[in-house]
Design a protein around this ligand. Structure first.
Ligand code: MLT
Length: 390
């Protein structure tokens, strides 16, 4: 039937990162090119300032919790949150060289080896409940902090995370507010973003939740995906260094033009799906404007937001010159007192694990009337035969 034809594949579609190919259904979230992100049909703007546990409940069960359901869910997560001493000690024995994302992937494998239940549903909730503790342990260890690890899940999902973090001169309440927002805005982004797709692909071979998640985290570690937020923060820092705190917007415009002429990269603009300013970025910009207007990095990021689209749109090859979430997420965390630019991708991983884990449960246990999806096995054409029928 014609109406069932979603996409016609021509040679031009090959070797393009499967951009736009429909491959299945995503029940947890969707991304509209001009309206942005929805979790279970609710816009990200409606959800951004709720409690993280409330939004996780929505993603997990597909409905908003009543007051009692939310209280019970918070308890459920808290009761599953503690890592065993063996896991913590094993993480603390891992080498600290290299990117912290490698440490996070290794830590998730360790949790799977020592605490995995080989049950996608139980492991999904356990992983969601435990990941703040895993990430706090990873960051503290990678940063070289040697103090005692203490977790108090009854404080709340992000409250406990921030309390476990060893951040010098921590402004606890401010950091909790920024972390909650960061966490919620990054839980999920449709079914086809690289880390989610990889996690589901690995799970399609019936690898368990933790191995699948470790693979997803490796997929998220690259600078084209999760690590882009760190590169964006570094970019804003570099621009600030170049133009100074008292820069005028015209200087930023000149600097961007200069970079484009020299074919240098401009970070924080464009998106695989979105064709407008990323609504998650808009939410961060609004918070930045309200709370951190005078912060020098915020000032530069705000100028970049203003002139970037104008300058980039002059290039006919650029179809989306608008800021994405990475353009401002790291700047807001830094302004809120998270002085660890190297761990912002890890925070992305902690957040995205929620959506990935839930999508794995869908594909393994619920899709196709409960049969689950088969092993991922796309077709590659024989390179010596350039016709599509091969
Ligand atoms: C995002 O959060 O923007 C994504 O993971 C990137 C994507 O949707 O492909």
């Amino acid at each position: 039937m014609d109406t069932d034809v979603l996409f016609t594949i021509t040679k031009e579609n090959l070797e393009t990162g499967m951009r736009g190919y429909p491959v299945g259904y995503c029940t947890t979230s969707s991304v509209h090119p001009t309206k942005g992100l929805y979790y279970r049909g609710k816009s990200i703007q409606e959800l951004a300032f709720k409690e993280p546990e409330e939004v996780i409940y929505l993603l997990y069960y597909g409905k908003e919790p009543s007051k009692d359901e939310l209280a019970a869910f918070k308890q459920e997560l808290a009761s599953r949150a503690h890592l065993s001493d063996k896991v913590i000690e094993s993480i603390q024995k891992l080498p600290r060289e290299g990117q912290a994302m490698k440490l996070l992937a290794s830590a998730l494998l360790l949790v799977g080896m020592l605490e995995g239940e080989q049950d996608y549903e139980k492991d999904c909730l356990n992983l969601i409940a435990r990941i703040p503790e895993v990430v706090a342990c990873v960051i503290n260890h990678h940063a070289g902090w040697k103090g005692e690890h203490s977790s108090k899940p009854e404080l709340g999902y992000m409250e406990n995370f921030v309390s476990m973090l060893h951040v010098p001169h921590k402004r606890e309440a401010e950091l909790v507010r920024a972390m909650k927002l960061f966490n919620i805005l990054h839980y999920d982004h449709g079914g086809g973003n690289l880390s989610t797709f990889v996690g589901k692909a690995v799970a399609s071979g019936l690898e368990d939740m933790y191995g699948s998640m470790a693979s997803a985290i490796c997929a998220l570690a690259g600078p084209r995906h999760g690590r882009a937020n760190q590169d964006c923060l570094e970019f804003v820092e570099e621009v600030l260094k170049e133009v100074g705190e008292n820069a005028q917007i015209s200087q930023i415009e000149g600097l961007l033009r200069g970079k484009l002429t020299k074919n240098e990269l401009i970070y924080g603009f464009g998106h695989a799906v979105l064709r407008v300013e990323d609504p998650r970025a808009t939410i961060f910009y609004e918070l930045a404007d309200k709370q951190y207007k005078k912060d020098p990095l915020v000032k530069i990021a705000t100028y970049l937001r203003e002139v970037g689209p104008k300058v980039l749109a002059e290039n006919p090859k650029i179809s989306n010159p608008y800021p994405n979430v990475d353009a401002i997420s790291g700047v807001v965390l830094t302004a809120a007192g998270f002085g660890y630019a190297d761990y912002i991708a890890v925070l992305f991983g902690m957040s995205r694990a929620v959506g990935i884990a839930r999508q794995i449960v869908y594909e393994r246990l619920e899709a196709r009337g409960g049969k689950g999806t088969p092993i991922i096995r796309p077709k590659y054409l024989d390179a010596s035969d350039r016709s599509l029928s091969g």
